[in-house]
Design a binder for this molecule. Structure first.
Ligand code: RB5
Length: 146
């Protein structure tokens, strides 16, 4: 079973719960790294925790949610081996898998509807890395700071 880690700040609890339910109904194992209490919290800590979990669990993927998706994606991308793509559209959800081999999808709960986020997640999880010319470029990302 494919394992998906999901993390969010206080702005994205409703979106997180809807995505979680959808993924569980579709046979995924979901690990929720929080936030769940709704109190104002620091997206940076959650993004880093999420990214560390994804990198440590080979072949898993992550979903990172904050108000815009910007802060939590910046945080996740600090972790060696994490490749978080910030997307709001289906086409970029697809391209960040095909070209960047993104292992984390980030998006913004204040900017898009929950149904749209679910569509982005499905697209992301069902799209393969194209490899080829993209291997070397992704390798450069992963090697930096090693
Ligand atoms: C929280 O107010 C907000 O700053 C956060 O959710 C996120 O959008 C940061 O990038």
């Amino acid at each position: 079973m494919k394992r998906i880690y999901i993390g969010n700040d206080h702005t994205a609890i409703e979106m997180k719960n809807a995505i979680k339910k959808h993924l569980i109904e579709n046979g995924y194992e979901v690990v929720d790294v929080g936030n769940n209490d709704g109190n104002s919290c620091n997206y940076a800590n959650i993004g880093i925790t999420l990214a560390e979990a994804v990198v440590a669990d080979k072949d898993s993927k992550g979903i990172a949610l904050c108000g815009t998706g910007i802060g939590i994606s910046i945080a996740a991308n600090k972790v060696q081996g994490a490749r978080a793509g910030l997307v709001y559209e289906v086409q970029t959800a697809e391209l960040t898998r095909q070209h960047n081999n993104a292992n984390i999808l980030a998006t913004g709960a204040r900017l898009i509807a929950v149904d749209k986020a679910i569509l982005l997640v499905d697209t992301f999880l069902n799209t393969e890395f194209e490899g080829g010319r993209h291997h070397e470029r992704v390798g450069t990302l992963d090697e930096y700071n090693k």
